[in-house]
Design a protein. Structure first.
Length: 372
């Protein structure tokens, strides 16, 4: 009952945020935001034999700081604190922080991008599961990229990327990687570039034993307008995966993402990848991913989004293989420029040859958001 009152109070409070945006000097704007909603989860801990149904009430106030929207130099910084209240498992009640920063500079000859975020997670996933509790963890990501146009037909892009996961429970191994990708582009048509690239990644797994690795991805590819309706980027090549201990491995490397325009405001997106990764227990795997999604603007106020993806995980040690399917269908209705409501249905199905690793899960979520 308290959780329902909390949601009702939040929804009423959203209307009081009107005209709350603050214009600061230098074109900087501070925008308060708030989201209130409820989630119905039919398998909270992603168990195969002991499925737990749960209703989770969510309240997420926050604020966004923006500057230079549409200009050569732009920036967005946001902070959200998400409060989660569980109807039947009050010991899981928690609050999670989400901090995001993006910055862009583009003068026609040089493109600089900064993407950084700190997120806290407390939900079960295919890889992070426990039969009776949720595993809290901190996720940190930072990336700096720079693309420089050398001539009318050639350009190069380089980046520095850092990513880490830190667990707040014993039995899991913190992981991080440091990555330096480089790509050279040569224009063969007015809207199409061919590319050649090299990506180096250093994986570090904390804890006893030597579980890190060095990884090299040599690739060729293309980006831009593949047809009048299809744009995207693809890199295809060869991956060397050299663990600190154990046998070196190699495989086909693939990174791709495409967008096919249906109308001016609707599109289909699809892509595929093949790469190496690490699980929460420090075990390495090779994963193949296929995905397809659609963004449809049905009316001026109603938007529909859908996504279907498939991941196959083949672990380096042992014979474990997981076939993981997921799907999402989301509808957003914009009531006013500031106020919108959303309904989302998601499904996950993991089919594993490891005992008790398989599961199915459905989540229905309804929320209301306010942004001035």
């Amino acid at each position: 009952m308290k959780s329902k009152l909390l949601l009702l109070s939040a929804l009423v409070g959203l209307s009081g945020l009107a005209h709350a945006a603050i214009d600061l000097d230098g074109g900087i704007k501070l925008i308060p935001t708030a989201t209130a909603g409820v989630q119905f989860n039919d398998n909270l801990f992603l168990s195969q034999n002991n499925e737990v149904n749960e209703t989770v009430w969510v309240l997420a106030p926050g604020a966004t700081l923006t500057s230079g929207e549409g200009a050569m130099n732009s920036m967005s910084f946001s902070y959200t604190e998400q409060f989660q209240v569980y109807s039947d498992n009050s010991n899981l009640n928690t609050s999670l922080s989400f901090v995001d920063l993006t910055s862009r500079y583009d003068d026609g000859k040089m493109k600089v991008g900064v993407d950084a975020w700190f997120h806290q997670a407390n939900q079960a996933t295919r890889d992070v599961r426990n039969a009776s509790r949720l595993i809290n963890r901190d996720l940190l990501h930072g990336a700096f990229s720079d693309e420089l146009k050398w001539s009318d037909k050639s350009s190069a892009r380089a980046a520095v990327v850092y990513d880490s996961t830190s667990y707040k429970a014993s039995g899991y191994r913190d992981a991080s990687y440091f990555e330096v990708p480089f790509q050279y582009f040569y224009q063969v048509q007015p809207k199409l570039d061919l590319s050649a690239g090299l990506r180096y990644r250093k994986n570090t797994i904390d804890g006893a034993g030597s579980l890190g690795s060095d990884e090299y991805f040599y690739s060729v590819g293309a980006r831009g307008e593949l047809t009048p309706k299809v744009t995207g980027e693809i890199s295809l090549g060869y991956i060397q995966f050299n663990p600190d201990s154990g046998k070196n491995q190699s495989s086909l490397g693939l990174q791709s993402q495409f967008n096919m325009e249906l109308t001016q405001k609707s599109a289909v997106k699809f892509g595929a990848s093949n790469q190496y990764g690490y699980g929460a227990l420090g075990d390495s795997y090779r994963t193949t991913t296929l995905y397809s999604g659609v963004d449809l603007q049905l009316t001026a106020n109603l938007q529909l989004n859908g996504m279907v993806s498939y991941n196959q995980y083949s672990y380096s040690v042992g014979s474990r293989k997981d076939d993981f399917w997921s799907g999402l269908l989301s509808a957003t209705y914009t009531v006013t420029r500031e106020f919108s409501v959303n309904g989302t249905l998601s499904h996950a199905n993991n089919d594993s040859n490891l005992n008790l690793a398989s599961f199915k899960n459905n989540i229905l979520a309804v929320s209301a958001s306010y942004r001035f």
